[in-house]
Design a binder for this molecule. Structure first.
Ligand code: FES
Length: 587
C-alpha cells in the first residue's frame, strides 16, 4: 500500500508533519499542546457542539473547532492567542450563566470539568445575569438521578449510551431553554429502556447524572447499636478506591479498604470474591451439565446486572441461555443472612448488608423481588458505589493513605485468586475455565491462566482444547460488543459454548460507580482500565489458592450448609430467574 504523504503545518509557530485526516487537536497533542475541550471524548464520536476547543486558523474569518477540523497543508494555527483566550472564557461564562450556582453543594465539586475549565480560564465572577433553564430533578430512579439544570448539552451521555452500550436510551429534546437530555417520550429512567449501567454518570462532565445515594441509610444503620452491619466489597473496588485519595491508578488498596470499613464501624467486613468463588462453583456445575446436553448452549454469564437488564429488555428470547446463578454480591448477601446468621445466632432481620460495588445497576438489582427473603426484606440492604465509600471515608475523617492493612473477616472473607479476577473483563470466563478444566478432565490441570479470554479490546472469540474437546467461548464488555457476539450466536454464523458479558467497558473495573478519573486519564481510557485490571491480576498471582473449588472456607460452607453445588438447597438459595421486560406502553 502506498504510504500517504504527511501534511506539513504550523501550530503555535512550531512546524509539524502529521498523517492526513489528523484533527488540529490531535496534531497539537503531538507537540505537547493541550487544547481545552468539553464535548470531545476520544472513545466517542465527534459532536463539536461546545466550542471550548476553538482555535485561530490563518486566513479564516471565524474560529474553528480543533476537535473536529482536520489539518490541511501549510495551515497555520494559533491555539492560545489573546482572542482565543477571551473567546473561550466567554463560552465558559455563558455555560456558567445557565448553570446552578451551587458548586459547594454539588457532589462533583472538585471533580467537575466545567468547574476546572472555569478555573483554568480565569473565570472569577459571574458576568452574565440572565434567565436560566429550570427543570425538576428526577431523583426517583433506583440507580440513576438526572438533573437537567446541570446539563451542559455536551452529548457525551447520549453518545456513550448509544455507541458503547448500544442502548440509545438518551437523546436531546426541546429547544432553547427547554432543551434537555432524557429518555424518549419524557419517560423516567426506570420507566425506559435504561439498563442502569451508569455510564452516563461517568461520561457526564458535570453532575447532570449521578448515582442514587445510599449513604444516609448506611450511616443510620452504623449508628444503631441493635443492628449488625456487614460490608462486602467487590473485587474491583480494591483496584480503584485509591484513586479517590489521589493514589496512582492501579494501586491495590485491599488492606487499607478493609481497615477503613472497620473504622467506619462495620461489624464484619467480607469479600465479594468469596461470592465470586461461589458463583463459579454453581456456574461451572451448570456449565458442565449443559455440556452434557442438560440445558441450552451457549450459556450466558449472569453476574453483571446491567447486562441482565439488557438481556431482559433487548434479547428476551435468549433468557433460557442465561446462567441461573445470582450475582456474587447477592450470593454473599444470601449467605450473610442465612449461614452467617445461623452461625452467630443473629436475627437476619437485624443484619444490615452493605455491598460496596463499582456498579450503579447493583442498586437496581437489590430492589428486584427475586432477591428478597421470604419475609420480603432484601438480602442486600444498601449498595455503595466506590465513589460513595470514598466520600464516607473522607467524611469520617479517616486518613486513608496511612491506614494499616487489615484482613477480611472469616469465613465469608476467605477467597481465591479466581474471585479477584471477576472484576475485569474475561475474569468470569477464566475463573470458570480454571474450575471446569479440572472437573471435565478429572485431573489437576497444568494450565491456570487463560490469558486468551482477557478481552481488553472489548470482544474476543476463542477456541480452547480442554479434556479432549473444543470449547468455543466468547467474551464481551460494553454492550455494543455483546450485541455483536449475540447476533452471531442467534444467526448461527458462529457457535459458542459459553459467552461472558460485562455491561461496562473493561468489566467491573470500568463500572458506572468507580472514581472519576483524575487529570491524567478520561473515562473509558484503555490505559486506566489496564492499570486497574493489572492490580487485580497482581492480587490473583500471590493468592495461596487460585481456583474457586480450592477455597477452604467455601468447601466448609458446602459441607456444613449448602450441600453439593447445584443441589436442592444451593438451587433455592443461590439461583434466580429472569423475565422479559419492556417499558410501560411497549408490551
Ligand atoms: Fe470541540 Fe466541544 S470539544 S467542540
Amino acid at each position: 500500500m502506498a504510504r500517504q504523504k504527511k501534511i506539513k503545518l504550523t501550530i503555535d509557530d512550531r512546524e509539524i508533519q502529521v498523517a492526513p485526516g489528523t484533527t488540529i487537536m490531535a496534531a497539537a497533542e503531538t507537540l505537547g499542546i493541550h487544547i481545552p475541550r468539553l464535548c470531545f471524548h476520544p472513545e466517542l464520536s465527534l459532536q463539536g457542539s461546545c466550542r471550548v476547543c476553538i482555535v485561530e486558523v490563518e486566513g479564516m474569518d471565524f474560529f474553528m473547532a480543533a476537535c473536529s477540523v482536520e489539518v490541511w497543508p501549510d495551515m497555520r494555527v494559533q491555539t492560545h492567542s489573546e482572542e482565543i483566550r477571551r473567546a473561550r472564557r466567554d463560552i465558559v461564562e455563558l455555560l456558567l450563566d445557565n448553570h446552578p450556582r451551587e458548586c459547594q453543594l454539588c457532589e462533583r465539586d472538585g471533580r467537575c470539568e466545567l468547574q476546572n475549565l472555569a478555573y483554568a480560564f480565569g473565570v472569577r465572577e459571574r458576568l452574565f445575569e440572565g434567565e436560566r433553564k429550570r427543570f425538576p430533578v428526577e431523583d426517583n430512579g433506583l440507580s440513576v438521578v438526572r438533573d437537567s439544570e446541570k446539563c451542559v448539552l455536551c452529548g457525551r451521555c447520549v453518545r456513550v449510551c448509544a455507541e458503547v452500550q448500544g442502548v440509545a436510551n438518551l437523546s436531546q429534546h426541546g429547544r432553547g431553554f427547554t432543551t434537555a437530555v432524557h429518555p424518549a417520550h419524557g419517560r423516567d429512567m426506570d420507566d425506559s429502556v435504561c439498563i442502569q449501567c451508569g455510564q452516563c454518570i461517568n461520561a457526564c462532565p458535570t453532575a447532570a447524572f449521578l448515582e442514587q445515594p445510599h449513604t444516609e441509610a448506611v450511616w443510620q444503620a452504623l449508628a444503631d447499636p441493635e443492628i449488625h452491619v456487614v460490608a462486602q466489597t467487590a473485587p474491583s473496588i480494591r483496584a480503584a478506591i485509591g484513586e479517590g485519595f489521589d493514589l496512582d491508578p492501579g494501586t491495590a488498596c485491599t488492606g487499607r479498604m478493609v481497615t477503613a470499613l472497620r473504622r467506619l464501624g462495620f461489624d464484619a467486613v467480607f469479600d465479594t470474591d468469596l461470592g465470586a468463588d461461589l458463583t463459579i462453583m454453581e456456574e461451572a456445575t451448570e456449565f458442565t451439565e449443559r455440556l452434557k446436553g442438560k440445558g441450552p448452549l451457549p450459556m450466558l454469564t449472569s453476574c453483571s446486572p446491567g447486562w441482565i437488564n439488557f438481556l431482559e429488555k433487548f434479547y428476551p428470547q435468549l433468557i433460557p441461555h442465561a446462567s441461573t446463578c445470582r450475582s456474587p454480591m447477592t450470593m454473599l448477601s444470601v449467605l450473610g443472612k442465612t449461614y452467617y446468621a445461623e452461625k452467630l445466632d443473629l436475627d437476619p432481620e437485624k443484619i444490615f448488608m452493605v455491598a460496596v460495588m463499582p456498579c450503579v445497576a447493583k442498586k437496581y438489582e437489590i430492589a428486584r423481588p427475586e432477591h428478597r427473603m421470604d419475609s420480603g426484606a432484601p438480602y442486600t440492604d444498601a449498595v455503595l458505589t466506590t465513589r460513595e465509600l470514598v466520600w464516607m471515608i473522607k467524611c469520617h475523617g479517616i486518613d486513608f493513605i496511612s491506614l494499616d492493612h487489615g484482613e477480611f473477616d472469616p469465613p465469608l472473607g476467605v477467597a481465591t485468586g479466581a474471585g479477584d479476577i471477576f472484576g475485569t473483563t474475561g475474569g468470569v470466563m477464566e475463573a470458570t475455565l480454571r474450575t471446569a478444566a479440572e472437573w471435565l478432565t478429572g485431573e489437576t490441570a497444568d494450565k491456570l491462566e487463560f490469558t486468551e479470554v482477557r478481552a481488553v479490546e472489548g470482544r474476543r472469540e476463542v477456541e480452547l482444547q480442554i479434556g479432549g474437546r473444543t470449547l468455543r467461548v466468547g467474551v464481551a464488555n460494553g454492550l455494543v460488543n455483546a450485541r455483536l457476539l449475540l447476533e452471531q450466536a442467534i444467526s448461527g454464523d458462529r457457535k459458542f459454548d459459553a459467552i461472558e458479558v460485562m455491561a461496562c467497558p473493561g468489566g467491573c473495573i470500568g463500572g458506572g460507580g468507580q472514581p472519576y478519573p483524575g487529570s491524567r486519564f478520561r473515562i473509558l481510557d484503555p490505559e486506566l482500565l489496564a492499570l486497574r485490571a493489572g492490580a487485580l491480576y497482581a492480587e490473583d498471582r500471590v493468592r495461596e489458592f487460585r481456583r474457586s473449588h480450592q477455597n477452604p472456607a467455601l468447601q466448609a460452607i458446602y459441607r456444613q450448609f449448602l450441600g453439593k453445588p447445584g443441589g436442592r438447597k444451593a438451587k433455592k438459595l443461590l439461583h434466580t430467574e429472569y423475565q422479559a421486560k419492556l417499558p410501560r406502553g411497549i408490551q
